[in-house]
Write a protein that binds this ligand. Sequence first.
Ligand code: HEM
Length: 276
Amino acid sequence: MARKLLLTPIRRLGLELCCLYAATPPAFTLLGVLLYLMRIDGIDDATWTGAWSALTAYGALRMATHETGAPRILLTDRPRSLLPALHGISALLLLTLFLGPHIVNHLLGLLGEDVHRDVMTWLRHFYRNAAVQPALVAVFGFQVISGLVLLCQPQSQPISPFQVLQRASGLYLAVFIPAHLNSVFNLARRNGVETDYAWATGQPAGLLDDAWNIRLVPHYALAILLLAIHLACAVRVVLMAHGVRERTANGWAWILMLAGGVLDAAVLAGMLGMRL
Ligand code: HEM
């Protein structure tokens, strides 16, 4: 017989909103870039406040009008879907073929812009190849869409802190990836701007001394950290599925998160001007 698990509407809405709040840094960057591309100046704050007020009003209305008593979302033991496995395989592909080298490339900014440029020029032979680049963007598209589908699936109760972290970090990446690609392809390359380290670090003003650029600090810092957290949560699930005890799997997840945090701090230190 189908096992029924419940998640009340109010809890689900709360979780959805918390996950959305986690994605505010890339959403604010995306808003800034889109307004800039539309040549609309100086209304970032007003648009942002308006959009969040509307969302908060929507959340409040839904909370006020939800049917009390009846848990609405029922999860049955459905046949196992292939989607989580496909999401994981494409993540592995992206990590090994592009993201790993991409992030190490940014880490090398600590050794100076020349080292960063040399490595990037070498890597571009691969990822800017006419056949590879569209495939890469398509796999990133699949990653985002499959992730959103997984996020919208009803969840079993109780949801663990690791699951909350995985959902919030996933939503962050689902906003960050399109925002980042829009900046690279539409804002910069389409207008003939070289997307090198100087561009990424907002030169000549830098990331900290410019009222627009400063939004890129949390935007980039959280991208690497939450990528590591998202991966760590996934590794934990895979380990437990292979019979590893929960305590041990949790331990590995914390180690991966910590390693991601150290990597993130080092990349950011380079982007903010530190040199070894
Ligand atoms: C500190 C964090 C990051 C910085 C500073 C950064 C910066 C950049 C820069 C400068 C480019 C242009 C590269 C080129 O012209 O060859 C680029 C491209 C790209 N980045 Fe990032 N990135 C960061 C993190 C990420 C993350 C976390 C992801 C994905 C989750 C990502 C996905 C991409 C993709 C897909 C491209 C396009 C590659 C292509 O040209 O085909 N980046 N990024």
